[in-house]
Ligand binder design. Structure first.
Ligand code: PMP
Length: 360
């Protein structure tokens, strides 16, 4: 029995993709072995897994020719270090927009490597809104402006692309990549840990403008230099072949659903159903400025922490998994990535209504 999985990550994978993996596990592509037992340098892997995964991601996001795609083993937090290590050096600085837990963490890591400045900070309003761009302090000589497009813990999402002039944008899209189409040409570097809207944990996807790929000035292990991934097409070391294989199947699945236009339409509808109900319920609350409410991670609260706890326990028994909010902000959180079907959101809505009737 599969439950509706509202986990923020590792998160639900489309059932059809898991069924395909199951079916191919003992004999992939008539090779008499699974896709995770074959050589990452062999023709079968390159032609049937690696290149199609890249091509389908390129198609989904309409990635321009002057961008490279890297498959990097590890999580998004590796990028918190890799970005400053590759872009900073003597007399070089970077700007950070602090809008929630993950951008704060990215800033803390980057500070260790050079002159890193805070361009804006929303912690005074408990990360519930994005400061107006007119208040940002931007350095026109910064090597990049870093921000987190969707703050997974706080349920806060940018509704626009920040404007930083000639300064390249370095953006963490771990929890909203592939939820809608984006204009890749507006970014210098996009990165996303796979375990939310892409595939299994242990893989991060980086999409980088080619002219920004340079040897790192600071002493840097080869595997922490983007140039290594560019020079060796993400095959300097043994990549996470299982995660790339499964992510490739998810890309195919999204294309078969109708691509990102379709995903965006469905994602907006799912999120709207939940926010509309929360707003009119007089029982549940959400504190995020409606202009910046995340369509992927819906954070909400019952009238008391005790009721939040009870909600977590009773919803789990009803087949709705992982609705507990992040320990730093409490409450409840429904993560509704691409793989969450609308029926899952409807089941959650029904549960919320019943719970309210019982305990209001
Ligand atoms: N950035 C964002 C936006 C995230 O949601 C997360 C994971 N929850 C991370 C970074 C950290 O990812 P990882 O654990 O893969 O390093």
């Amino acid at each position: 029995m599969r439950v509706f999985n509202f986990s923020p990550g590792p998160a639900a994978i489309p059932t059809a993709v898991l069924e395909r993996v199951q079916q191919e596990m003992l004999d992939w592509n008539h090779m008499g072995m699974s896709a995770i037992e074959i050589s990452h340098r062999g023709r079968h892997y390159l032609e049937n897994i690696f290149e199609p995964a890249k091509a389908n991601l390129k198609k989904l996001l309409n990635i321009p020719e002057n961008y490279r795609i890297f498959f990097i083993t590890g999580g998004a937090q590796h990028q918190f270090a890799m970005i400053p290590i590759n872009f900073l050096g003597v007399n070089k600085s970077a700007d950070y927009l602090l809008t929630g837990i993950w951008s704060q963490k990215a800033y803390q890591e980057a500070q260790r490597y050079g002159d890193v400045r805070i361009a804006a900070d929303n912690s005074a309003n408990k990360c519930t809104t994005i400061p107006e761009p007119s208040t940002w302090i931007l350095n026109p000589r910064a090597q990049y402006l870093h921000y987190v497009d969707n703050e997974t813990v706080n349920g806060l999402e940018f509704s626009y692309i920040p404007e930083a002039g000639e300064v390249p944008l370095a953006v963490d899209m771990s929890s909203n990549i592939l939820s809608r189409s984006i204009d890749v040409s507006r970014y210098g570097l996009i990165y996303a840990g796979a375990q939310k809207n892409i595939g299994p944990a242990g893989l991060t996807i980086v999409i980088m403008r080619e002219d920004l790929i340079k040897p790192a000035e600071l002493l840097t292990p080869f595997l922490y230099q983007y140039k290594t991934y560019a020079d060796h097409d993400s095959l300097y070391n043994t990549p996470n072949t299982f995660a790339i294989y499964l992510s490739g199947l998810v890309f195919e699945w999204i294309l078969a659903q109708g691509g990102l236009e379709k995903m965006a339409e469905l994602n907006k509808r799912k999120a709207k159903k939940l926010y509309d109900y929360i707003d009119q319920a007089d029982f549940y609350t959400n504190h995020v400025n409606p202009r910046y409410r995340s369509i992927m991670n819906i954070v909400f609260y019952c009238p008391t922490p005790e009721l939040d706890q009870l909600f977590v326990e009773e919803s789990a028994k009803a087949g709705l998994a992982y609705l507990k909010g992040h320990r730093l902000v409490g409450g409840l959180r429904a993560s509704i990535y691409n793989a969450m079907p609308e029926e899952g959101v409807d089941a959650l809505l029904n549960f919320m209504q019943d719970f309210q009737r019982k305990y209001a």
